[in-house]
Design a protein around this ligand. Structure first.
Ligand code: HEC
Length: 182
């Protein structure tokens, strides 16, 4: 074998290598695999809250100050029939399953009224503002988890406002309703 023939063989091998290299490069450039950012499948599972009790109340949609502008004391008094199974509203009225509610607006939560409030209500603290009453009447168990008030709540915004306007009237010196400025 002379050196010329050896050169041809080596050249052929080299050439083949070159072709393979170029092919693999171009193939790589064309068919770049798209790698997922996160490996694995994503499976969306809704988390269940333990117990499934006390559904979180949807936050009252309209501010109560605004709702009270158009609230009706008369309608509130009628709607408050729902409460009368457990509450009386007149001054010095007796406690039933729940406390008498005369003068409750602005009064301390879970105090006085000669009523044995639940630990949850006693611990809540603060006074009964329109905002708090609104949330409590919408969904008692969501606002005061562990409350003894076994009432599902009034879901209708305007009806709650009516009841709160009625509660405002039940006092020796009623707390005035918020003004439109708010
Ligand atoms: C099934 C009986 C029941 C019904 C119906 C009910 N309540 Fe009550 N309510 C209670 C009990 C019991 C408490 C005391 C809660 C506690 O101690 O956790 C309470 C407490 C309250 C308090 C807090 C009083 C305070 O001094 O802290 C307010 C305000 C109130 N209820 C308003 C209402 C209104 C308004 C309605 C009607 C829309 C209503 N409740 C319907 C049983 C009831």
């Amino acid at each position: 074998m002379d050196s010329f023939e050896l050169n041809k063989i080596l050249g052929a091998i080299l050439g083949t290598c070159l072709v393979l290299l170029v092919t693999s490069f171009t193939a790589g450039a064309i068919f770049t695999p798209v790698m997922p950012q996160k490996p694995g499948l994503e499976i969306a599972v809704k988390e269940e809250t333990a117990g499934g009790a006390a559904k979180e109340a949807a936050p009252p949609s309209e501010p109560i100050e605004k709702l009270l502008q158009t609230a009706s004391v008369e309608k509130g008094e009628a709607a408050a029939k729902k409460c009368q199974a457990c509450h009386t509203f007149e001054k010095n009225g007796p406690n039933r399953v729940g406390p008498n509610l005369y003068g409750v607006v602005g009064d301390k939560k879970g105090e006085g009224r000669g009523f044995n409030f639940s630990a949850a209500m006693k611990a809540k603290g603060g006074t009964w503002t329109d905002q708090d009453l609104n949330q409590f009447i919408a969904n008692p168990k969501a606002f005061v988890p562990g409350t003894a008030m076994g009432f599902a709540g009034i879901t209708k915004d305007s009806e709650r406002a009516d009841v709160i306007a009625y509660l405002h009237k039940l006092a020796d010196s009623p707390v005035p309703l918020p003004t439109a400025a708010k």
